[in-house]
Design a protein around this ligand. Sequence first.
Ligand code: SAH
Ligand code: F3S
Length: 433
Amino acid sequence: MSKKLFIETLGCAMNSRDSEHMIAELREKEGYETTDDLSVADLILINTCSVRERPVHKLFSELGGFNKKKKQGAKIGVCGCTASHLGEEIIKRAPYVNFVLGARNVSKICEVLHKDKAVEIDINYDESEFAFKDFRSSPFKAYINISIGCDKSCTFCIVPKTRGDEISIPDELILGEAKKVVAKGVKEIFLLGQNVNNYGRRFSGEHEKVNFTELLRRLSQIEGLERIRFTSPHPLHMDDEFIEEFAKNPKICKSMHMPLQSGSTKVLKEMKRGYSKEWFMNRVEKLRAECPDVSISTDIIVAFPGESDEDFEDTLDVVRRVKFDQLFSFKYSPRPETQAQHFTNVVDDEVASNRLSYLQGLNNEIIDEIHKKLVGNVYRVYFESLTKDNHVSGRSDNNVVIKVKGSEELLGEFKNVKITEIGRTILTGEIVA
Ligand code: SAH
Ligand code: F3S
């Protein structure tokens, strides 16, 4: 009987892909199969996120729960960004943990498995060309990493300390991966990097200069590949060439994530984002001029140290003007090993909570307004998952999530769908000819 692996994945898409890599290595080299039942697992992995503080607290209570429920002799491994930054501390606080594996050491999963109390968290370890074994959780769309690490030093962000310096994955490996998944029937790929449009700045070895725009051009030549998505581009690096290619290349989905963080130029400077409010607005205007149907999503941090009422007004001003199609908003959370953790002009927590709920309320009004206008529109939807209420859901090219009545036979299919009913996160429609 095969050994059983229970894996919980927190955080971003990159963590989801790291989990797929670990599953692949463990399946091929150690004969593990995944299970949803913790109590039968021989190996329990938690792939952690450390971008904000809350998940770190949650980690230790969750580990305690795993330890109680696990079957006798089962191993527990802590992986991902929190593993990178807490390292040995995890085993000190939770001595029943068998190993700790950093976000940039995923390829060593089968090694640490056999070394009790191993801590592998070297953020200079280069996995950019590692030939991971193959496993993908969806037969319809595939995540493909295009770089590891991040070269920016946004003052609030712990990622460069958990994932190390940025290294691009050679384009021939990316193209090879894309061709392989397309040959298996995947029609949509999702390119992943902390800062995708910085692609090509540094490779591990000698490599031809290929920037992100060129990589997109090359990928779009793959026959059978219908859709290309990516996350996240950095607003600073959104040059005209990139925006123009985005707009005119029919395989690139018309959905752009533009992480604003703050609408105040003063706060953006403190965050070391490298752009101003005006630059951000200029890029949005250029994008909408080139590509009127584009949907734009964003990330915003409220109550960064020193954020005044006026600064927050600047953020609201950008939100009212851009009308983002999706907004992920967070209260600033001080993180270890970041510059901002030493900033003393902290915003009062009650003020921070009020700002966050005001922003989210405003965004909900905007989303409702946007969605109302979509009723009657027809979108080409790629169906990828079943919902609990006997529907099948998928996305339009510009990232509208839509469900229709139906079952498995729609999965992996493209259909034209007319919107009949709105909701905040998912719309309902019916298939039309
Ligand atoms: N380069 C990635 C960023 C990863 S972190 C990207 O562009 O998607 C994802 C989001 O978490 C960031 O965009 C930011 O809005 C938020 N975030 C990061 N550090 C944070 C912190 N210390 N407090 C609150 N939110 C934070
Ligand atoms: Fe973090 Fe800024 Fe990089 S948000 S991941 S340091 S681009």
